[in-house]
Design a protein around this ligand. Structure first.
Ligand SMILES: [Zn+2]
Length: 94
C-alpha cells in the first residue's frame, strides 16, 4: 500500500498516511483535525517505503512467464510484451 505524505496547515506537522490508492485523499490532520494538503514528492506523490521491489514484484509472475515464452521466439516481441504488461499493471492499480 502506498504511503502519502501530508502537511497540516493548522499545526504544521508533516506526517505519513498509509492508504489504498482507491481511497480519497486525507482531508483532516490526524493530530488536530486541521486542514491538510498532500505533499507531492518525486512527481508521483507516492512513496513506496522500504520496498523498491514492490513494482517489479507485482508483475514479476506474468512478466516472467511472458518473457520466457517469447524469448524462445524472438527478443523484439519480448520488449513489446513488457510494454503491454506495464499498461495492464497501471490499469489494475487505477
Ligand atoms: Zn494538525
Amino acid at each position: 500500500m502506498p504511503t502519502y505524505q501530508y502537511r497540516c496547515l493548522k499545526c504544521n506537522k508533516d506526517f505519513d498516511y498509509i492508504q489504498k490508492m482507491v481511497d480519497p485523499p486525507l482531508a483532516v490532520c490526524i493530530h488536530c483535525n486541521g486542514k491538510v494538503k498532500r505533499i507531492i514528492s518525486a512527481g508521483a506523490g507516492i512513496i513506496f517505503k522500504g520496498s523498491g521491489f514492490y513494482c517489479t514484484d507485482y508483475r514479476s509472475d506474468s512478466y516472467k512467464k511472458q518473457a520466457e515464452r517469447e524469448n524462445k521466439t524472438s527478443t523484439s516481441t519480448a520488449k513489446e510484451s513488457s510494454k503491454n504488461s506495464n499498461k495492464k499493471t497501471e490499469k489494475t492499480i487505477n
